[in-house]
Design a protein around this ligand. Sequence first.
Ligand code: ZN
Length: 263
Amino acid sequence: MKSKDFTRRDFLKLSGASIAAGMLGVHAPRVLADSGQAGSFQVFRHGRRDQAKVALSYDDCHLVKKLQELEEILRDYPDARVTFFPTGEALLKTNDKDAGIWQRFIEQGHEIGSHTFDHVNPGIRSTPNLLADYAKWLAALHQVTESRPQVRFARPPFGNLSPSYQEMCVEYGLVATMWSASWGGELALAQKNIEAVEYGDVVLFHVGWGDVDANTPFALSLLEERGIRAVTMSELYFASVHEEIGVGSCGTLAFGGGQRCPE
Ligand SMILES: [Zn+2]
């Protein structure tokens, strides 16, 4: 996969050999540790606004039938990539019903991020609780994927970036991933949002009825019509990091929290 190789190569180039060592373990290194951001909390909300790319993301993922339908829909758009944010419970449950479904998504070039094991609101969880939760989520991912894909992104349930959730992200080197556009719900209402797509959008969907059956085909067809590529979260994110390093300014990057400009 061309784009996958590209991001992996650039990831190593950007972050140094320490990243490679950390790829093997639960304790992933801090992203961009060599760029002066060690230990800082990072939020990714959208990518560059000057490149015709968006990242479609799907939360929760409890419904195996809808996942299978999405897999079929994506077959019609072989260049499109999406990112899933399943809970650990959903990973295990759906894999029980369709063994290998997550490994297939990985092999098709899609990406998986964390959405906690059990979808409990991070606002009522301690840091140690969330650290244990992520380890449990990752164990579930490893159980359902032979290839143990790299995990870079984490989306908090209910979009709640609580202090404990932020600490969990820093500890595991995860980029907290929010969204800049929401294309879920009834198509009649979502259509307006989809048509208002902006380059660099991180798009929120859920694996549910309307989002998969109606909104996704509408969105993929509209993106194709407008020449906008649906890419993985990693591709959108690393294009932003490149822009940041190239320009030497924090002004255009969609990071929040305690982010500092790279030297
Ligand atoms: Zn959720």
